[in-house]
Ligand binder design. Structure first.
Ligand SMILES: C[S@@+](CC[C@H](N)C(=O)[O-])C[C@H]1O[C@@H](n2cnc3c(N)ncnc32)[C@H](O)[C@@H]1O
Length: 366
């Protein structure tokens, strides 16, 4: 079979041909020509796995193992791929251990956070700049959302918990600790910064008022308090990307989850760890689910100085003004594999509404 001078990966289910990877990235073609890309939402698709110039079996780091859907697809894509399966959630790591039995010698479960990754890899004697591909599918998993007792879901009544790490860190605050102890100003800042919630101040005031009579300890209680901070006409006014009414507390839940799990700092730490772990020519695929995550990823991959994450608290308008005159930056560490961000097609959104706001970015380590 004849291979093109460089492969054009295809995203199978979307049937999209990718443009040739950036010129600079072609310099790295001799490191191996397989390209792994994924559908932006939950279903993994591994593509174009012919490897005419690969020197050795590939090592893929799945930084967000979750239910293992992506890892399984990667394992099935080629018989000699090894998956390093990281997750901060012990329940996910139990599943990774089961998968390791199904694929002997090919799955290495790693319990930990993005911010702990480099020291965990070093303990496992996995050198820096040695991993062939990294996948980071940000946010929380369906498994976490579907279990009422984890306290992530608005639609299920459960304790207001939201800790992705489960009980690993006994001192880590639950979402209930946050809503019952912080003052109105602090609560409003969290809702505004991490939920981009316009009625942050009103919601914070309603929370402070409600907890005077009894602490807010369940998801349903919090959802009701938040809904009470809106005028009745607002109930059907908020819509999601599929134009379905979205619950008035959706942004509040997102904000609390991000705060409890320190998700933006973790994401930043994860991207830096991926940069260190990947070999030159290695691939990074990042899937995000809301604009704060996506903005952070986009700017990191453009090589911006991300030392001040507070910049993410600016309103979109302020940000536009601030960055208006600045020339577009190019990173010395990354080259795009696909120039445009990949989003789900309408049909895919209908089949998997949870993935409706997914955005996929794929880059090559230089
Ligand atoms: C969207 S889910 C991944 C779903 C997975 N790709 C699948 O196919 O089932 C995200 C997972 O990443 C984990 N996670 C989120 N932030 C993390 C962090 N900072 N460190 C390690 N794991 C994290 C969550 O616990 C969750 O299981």
């Amino acid at each position: 079979m004849r291979h093109p001078p460089f492969p054009l990966p295809t995203i199978c289910t979307l049937d999209v041909k990718l443009k040739p990877i950036a010129k600079k990235a072609l310099l790295y073609n001799h490191y191996g020509s397989s390209h792994m890309l994924l559908q932006p939402s939950r279903q993994a698709v591994v593509v174009n796995s012919h490897q005419p110039c690969s020197r050795r079996p590939e090592v893929v780091l799945d930084m967000t193992f979750g239910g293992g859907g992506h890892s399984k697809a990667i394992l099935n894509s080629a018989p000699d791929v090894t998956v390093l399966a990281l997750d901060r959630d012990p329940t996910a790591i139990h599943l990774a251990e089961d998968l390791a039995k199904e694929y002997p010698g090919r799955v290495k479960p790693i319990l930990g956070r993005f911010s702990e990754l480099l020291s965990l890899l070093s303990h496992m004697r996995i050198p820096e700049r040695s991993v062939d591909a990294v996948l980071l599918d940000a946010g929380c998993s369906s498994m976490q959302m579907d279990q009422a007792q984890r306290g992530f879901a608005l639609s299920k009544d459960g304790p207001l918990d939201m800790r992705m790490d489960g009980d690993r860190y006994p001192d880590m605050p639950h979402a209930a600790d946050v809503v019952n102890t912080l003052d109105q100003q602090a609560l409003a800042s969290i809702l505004s910064a991490y939920g981009e919630e316009r009625r942050a101040w009103k919601i914070a005031s309603a929370v402070v008022e409600a907890r005077r009579s009894s602490p807010i300890t369940t998801t349903r209680q919090l959802a009701a308090v938040v809904a009470g901070a809106f005028p009745p006409a607002a109930v059907y006014a908020r819509k999601d990307r599929l134009n379905r009414p979205s619950h008035l507390a959706t942004k509040t839940f997102q904000a609390l989850r991000i705060f409890v799990n320190d998700e933006l700092n973790e994401l930043h730490a994860g991207l830096r760890a991926a940069q260190t772990a990947l070999r030159p020519g290695g691939r990074l695929v990042v899937i995000t689910f809301h604009s704060l995550e996506d903005r952070l990823v986009k700017r990191f991959l453009q090589g911006e100085d991300m030392s001040n994450l507070d910049e993410f608290h600016f309103e979109q308008k302020q940000r536009k003004e601030k960055y208006a005159e600045r020339p577009k930056q190019r990173s010395e560490h990354w080259a795009p594999i696909k120039r445009k961000v990949v989003t789900p097609e309408k049909q895919e959104m209908l089949e998997n509404p949870r993935g409706r706001s997914a955005k996929l970015r794929a880059v090559l380590r230089l």
